[in-house]
Design a protein around this ligand. Structure first.
Ligand SMILES: *Cc1c(COP(=O)(O)O)cnc(C)c1O
Length: 362
């Protein structure tokens, strides 16, 4: 039996995407082998590669100004590749630090060149509980780029109004909310996302990069580290994560059938509302640390007012087939990750459980 999966990443994958993979596992479209066993230069894999890319362009409305790249190494490798490519010697990059991942991205940039936190704020307990408003941030006009994180996976905050970086290129880590809502791709110099939250299995990273921004990239780094190489070779200079791209295709087919990005955004809003409603209804029992205006629709973070009940909560949820409600080891508490693949029904089951648990232990 399949569990109700609230894992933060790797996380739930839409059942139809998995079932299609199961059906095609031994014999992909009559070719007599799995997609994993095909040459990455053969026409069968090329068809999958092209379909995944075309679906991504269609669903995200990627303008012709941007290249779509399939890379590897996780979002963490992007933390290094962005400054290696774009942080020119003698110049600086600005980082808006709204959570653990943004902080890691900044630290990695500092190993390459000069980077500063243009904004960074935590509450008295050291937790990141919100994203900044435009008026609170000022950028270095000479910065090579501004790095932001659209959704903070560990702390559960998300931008509902992206920062306007003016003439500066904005590089955005969208690992945990890509395709969950409409995003104006043209506003970004570069968008990257590890696949394991909203796009399929780990091992694949999707990158959208503006062709003009690419022109500013360094040519003094190894070929394999350059975004330009991936753009020139349609991400096929070397072997891509072929199964990852195949699963991306399956997930995007599902997403399209479910109403595309606008369909997802509506569902995600409904799901998040239901969960935050129970938190707001029972403030003596559940604590929601993130400021309301910054609440994430992807990762709903909360604490039990009585932390002694944490273990009982996780255990009782598991007994009802719900996995992944325990918070990140660095933050403690609880977190329900409700990415695209999580259904309204899954969330209702959790909400019902949370009400009952509060009644029994309150
Ligand atoms: C999960 C995550 C990462 C790290 O991803 P890896 O693929 O494990 O390197 C980075 N940024 C965000 C926003 C994430 O959610």
């Amino acid at each position: 039996m399949r569990k109700i999966n609230f894992n933060a990443g790797p996380s739930a994958i839409p059942l139809p995407a998995l079932e299609l993979a199961q059906k095609e596992m031994l014999d992909f479209e009559g070719t007599g082998m799995s997609i994993m066993e095909h040459s990455h230069r053969g026409k069968d894999y090329m068809r999958v590669h092209a379909e995944a890319k075309a679906l991504l362009i269609e669903l995200m409305e990627v303008p012709a100004t941007h290249e779509v790249l399939f890379m590897q190494g996780g979002a963490s490798m992007q933390f290094a590749l962005v400054p290696l490519n774009f942080l020119a010697a003698g110049r600086r990059a600005d980082y808006v630090v709204t959570g653990t991942w943004g902080k890691k991205a900044l630290e990695e940039a500092r190993r390459v060149g000069e980077a500063r936190a243009a904004w960074q704020q935590t509450d008295v307990q050291g937790r990141y509980v919100r994203v900044p408003k435009q008026a609170e941030v000022s950028f270095d006009e000479r910065a090579c780029y501004v790095h932001t994180t659209s959704n903070n996976t560990l702390f559960g905050s998300q931008y509902w109004q992206f920062l306007d970086t003016g003439k500066l290129w904005q590089v955005c880590d969208m690992s945990s909310d890509i395709l969950s809502r409409k995003v104006e791709v043209s506003k970004f110099g570069l968008i990257y996302a590890g696949a394991q939250k909203n796009l399929g299995p780990s091992g694949l990273v999707v990158v959208l990069v503006h062709k003009e921004f690419l022109k500013a990239a360094s040519e003094h780094i190894p070929l394999i580290f350059r975004y330009a190489t991936f753009a020139e070779h349609d991400s096929l200079l070397n072997t891509p994560s072929t199964f990852g791209v195949y699963m991306l295709r399956n997930c995007l087919r599902w997403l399209k059938a479910e109403g595309g990005v606008s369909g997802m955004a509506l569902r995600n809003e409904k799901k998040a509302k239901a969960l935050y409603a129970v938190l707001d209804e029972l403030p003596e029992f559940y604590i929601a640390p993130v400021e309301k205006e910054s609440r994430s629709h992807m990762n709903v973070v909360f604490h039990l007012a009585n932390a002694a009940l944490d273990e009982a909560f996780v255990k009782a949820a598991a007994a009802e087939q719900m996995a992944g409600v325990k918070g990140h080891r660095s933050t403690g508490g609880m977190r329900a990750s409700i990415y695209n693949a999580t259904s309204q029904q899954d969330v209702e089951t959790l909400v019902d459980f949370m009400r009952r648990f509060a009644r029994q232990h309150g």
